[in-house]
Design a protein around this ligand. Structure first.
Ligand code: KG4
Ligand code: ZN
Length: 330
């Protein structure tokens, strides 16, 4: 069985082929560079770029897998959440292939895809598990009881963790996307240099907008010269505050729900400080930690293809009337 995955929810045009016996046969991500000069994703440019890129990217994914469309048994496509114009391109192409080949198609929730990226590589996690979802649009703690069964126990009240990285990078004029840039520039910095506030919202909720404001106030107060000289320390301190909030809530939830497995998912799962800290916590507390390879943390179609496979083998499929849902709940 070969599943073609398609992911176009934001600014990455991606296609992948997954085969349950052989694993991932190909995974292609074409990141759009059009947005760099604007310091963020421009939705209209993103959907136009997806239009140009999607067919070549699918063709290349098939070529790399040494397959043709005749060998594809099912289509899995991100149906939401995301930018509506971007989602529309992937969903339309998915429908066209499904209709013309008479094969089933399934619309996938983007966050389910991120969670399932933990199942692309060995060793495979066991259930039930807690999932810390940290992307540019989402920050959530999710309990995965078994495949396809998710319960969101807490989310962010304002900015997502990735959004905080992006906004802080923007206010410091460091470029976009902010997460990987800050990760790199914070390397070797003293994370105790500034005591930025770690949010104190209740239960399993998160809040990052106060932290972003604290960074803004701090850099305005200290001035350009000081910030330039101490950039690595300031960024390491900011990064530490984000990681601290994420780790404290994850440990609290593991404890309260008596779970022994933690999965990390989403673009911010690529963050080196978060990965290092969670590995240390897992070592001392004894829980099982699963973190996807960096290439499967940020947006990709491999995660969508495996998520689609899990649904298609259970007899699920979407009708050809499937429409993109920019605000689809998990
Ligand atoms: O999952 P993703 O690729 O797209 C969404 O679904 O949003 O996540 C993108 C987010 C961006 O905010 C980006 O800055 C952040 O993930 N990100 C990182 C790192 N790599 C990507 N944040 C911190 N450290 C990184 N190494
Ligand atoms: Zn994503």
């Amino acid at each position: 069985m070969n599943i073609l995955g398609i992911e176009t929810s934001c600014d990455d045009t991606s296609a992948a082929v997954y085969n349950p016996e052989k694993g991932l046969l190909s995974s292609l991500v074409s990141s759009q560079l059009e947005h760099l000069e604007f310091g963020g994703v421009v939705p209209e440019l993103a959907s136009r770029a997806h239009l140009t890129l999607i067919i070549p990217v699918i063709e290349e994914a098939l070529r790399k897998a040494s397959l043709t469309l005749d060998d594809i048994d099912g289509i899995s496509v991100t149906a939401g959440p995301g930018l509506v114009g971007s989602l529309l391109v992937g969903v339309s192409v998915g429908k066209a292939i499904a209709l013309s080949r008479n094969i089933p198609m399934i619309g996938i929730h983007h966050i389910e895809g991120h969670i399932m990226s933990n199942f692309l590589e060995d060793p495979l996690p066991e259930y039930p598990a807690l999932v810390l979802v940290v992307s540019g649009g989402h920050t959530e703690l999710v309990i995965m009881n078994e495949p396809l069964d998710y319960a969101v126990i807490g989310s962010t009240r304002d900015d997502a963790a990735g959004e905080a990285f992006d906004k802080v990078a923007k206010l410091l004029g460091l470029g976009y996307p902010g997460g990987p840039i800050i990760d790199k520039k914070a390397y070797g910095g003293d994370s105790d240099f500034v005591k930025f506030p770690v949010s104190k919202v209740p239960d399993y909720e998160f809040s990052f907008s106060g932290l972003k404001t604290a960074v803004l106030v701090y850099v305005n107060e200290k001035g350009e010269e000081f910030v330039r000289k101490n950039l690595a320390h300031i960024l390491a301190s900011f990064q530490h505050a984000v990681v601290e909030a994420l780790v404290v809530k994850s440990l609290k939830a593991l404890n309260k729900y008596r779970l022994n497995t933690l999965l990390l998912a989403g673009g911010v799962a690529a963050n080196s400080a978060l990965r290092t800290r969670l590995k240390a916590e897992a070592g001392s507390s004894g829980f099982q930690l699963f973190i996807p390879s960096v290439k499967y943390c940020t947006d990709n179609a491999a995660m969508i293809s495996i998520a689609g496979y899990e649904r298609l083998i259970r007899g699920m499929s979407s009708p050809l009337t499937l429409s993109p849902e920019p605000r689809l709940p998990l």
